[in-house]
Design a protein around this ligand. Sequence first.
Ligand code: ADP
Length: 634
Amino acid sequence: MKEVINILFAESDPGDAEIIWRQIENENIRFRKKLIDNREEYLETLKTQLPDIIISAYSLNGFNGLNALEIRNELAPRVPFILVTGKIDEIVAVDIMKAGADDYLMKKNLSRLGEAIKSAIRKKEILVEKENAEKKLRESEEKYRLLVDLSPDAILVHMWGKILFANPSTLRLLGTDTIENVKDIDLINFVHPDFRDHARERIKKIYDTGTPQSTEAKYINLKNEIIDVEVVGIPVKYMGKPAIQSIIRDITQRKRVEEELIKSKEKAEESDQLKTAFLHNISHEIRTPMNAIAGFSTLLEEPDLNPETVKSYLKIITDSSDQLLSIVNDIIEISNIEVGILKAFYNEINLNSELMMIYQQFRKKAVDKGIEFRLQTSLFGEDAEIEVDNTKMNQILSNLLSNAFKFTKDGKVTFGYELKNRHLEFFVSDTGIGILPDHFERIFERFIQVDNTVSRGYEGTGLGLSIAKAYVEFLGGKIWLTSESGKGSIFYFTLPYKSIKQQQLPQMETKDKNQPERRKSILIAEDDDNNFYLMKELLSDLNINIIRASNGAEAVNAFKSGKDIDLVLMDIKMPVMDGYEATRQILEEKPEAKILAQTAYADDEIKAMESGCMGFISKPFIKDRFVSLVKEYL
Ligand code: ADP
């Protein structure tokens, strides 16, 4: 209570008022008073300055105590009101108390007045305090509810599995939009079976120890979605009983990212290991032929060598450089595949003749190793005339055949094809060491060797099959194998069958069969003398006329001067005018001219085809391949 209280007296009898003041003073209450006796003043006072208490008589000028109380109720409900009256009227007293008076006293017995004032003021103070506290509570509850409602985490209260309260995020997480759908389901049923025992243990621990517990788990919701979650369970009292408030966070996305990171880390580590193994391997693979080339070249300098020995040394040197070249080619090719610059160059070929050439290349190896070697073809005549990227097809078959011979000590290697569902299904079978099914997929990956220790006794870089797979898939086919460890393997691959017969338009021109064949002419555009002589030498068995141009401009002039040229072998890098430009100008002069580019890089091949060349011959030249290609285009 304040030290000095403001009292509003409504009293029309000044004598009575005096008595009441005295009584209050006697009670040691310090106060300021305002005395009014009519309704207007009473109203005015309540509107302008609220007193701490109203003490009112019943009979007033123009109104009464009950009216005064009603006005108080309306204008100042928190101000205590005590009625002091001279008459005892039970009915009035009841009305007054019903209307909300804080006390009712008789003028002739004012001994209780001081106590009544103090208690009425105290009562109102408590009421105001209570109301304020409730207001604050309501506000903070409101804030809390807002936080809980808007929380992205699921917040729920449950008691032995039964959900008592759930925020909107809980419902979303559990795959519903109304609590009705989940309130009768034991919360444990939403936990993935693999995590249920652990979840039960945690819940028990919270009840037993009264300490919060956190864990990660998986949930399955009503939509059958599997969600990774992080759960914190806190012991709480709900309606006076022990319960658990759980905060559940959906960490599915985070888990996925973590898993991907782990996978890519493992992959990076694995590919690091593979690359180390590869480098180890490749240096061994390169060093072996390099040693042979360096060693036997030095030996060739020895005086008095007999021609037989020289020949055998030269053979070793040529074989070793072929081996080196094929390793370098593989490495270049795998990087081309990686950067995605593969291009297909289709040629019309006779499949059987092409395979025969491959057979010839490998026959010597078969004879040397004492292995039976067979080729099985299944198309005849025109049906075997197909359009295919033969360079890639040959490479695939060569890689498979090299492996077949490499991993076979004795027995038989067979290769060939069959026509199945408009696809050519090629096969290469051997009776070698075989491959365990576990490795069927993996061996097509880069650098993978079933046993990648150098001591395994087989040469190789682990690139052959990955190149073959990339080529096959690039050309629209698939590759697979069957194998039995210790018995042998069969590798299969398919390529779309494109028969020339079906594509050909009716021939407009027919050759006069009686006319003697004209001797054909090849223009070799090449600035390097050695290269020119090498090509001339390689073509010496063919009955053809060779013309030389030392740069692009000379090649163009040869056409401008009207020379009959059947084929051009065009070098790319030449002084005055390069091969691309020369090709363009020649084709302007003679659009039907056949030009093959001599290329050293995959990039050159693409550019050459773009500038109009019909095909290309890869450098360095391998005699059989070179001659057959030239024959094919002549
Ligand atoms: P490599 O240069 O090592 O031969 P490949 O990619 O051609 O590389 O082959 C990968 C691995 O697959 C080989 O190292 C070998 O372990 C296994 N492999 C391939 N072909 C055969 C086969 N015909 N018989 C047994 N194992 C084979």
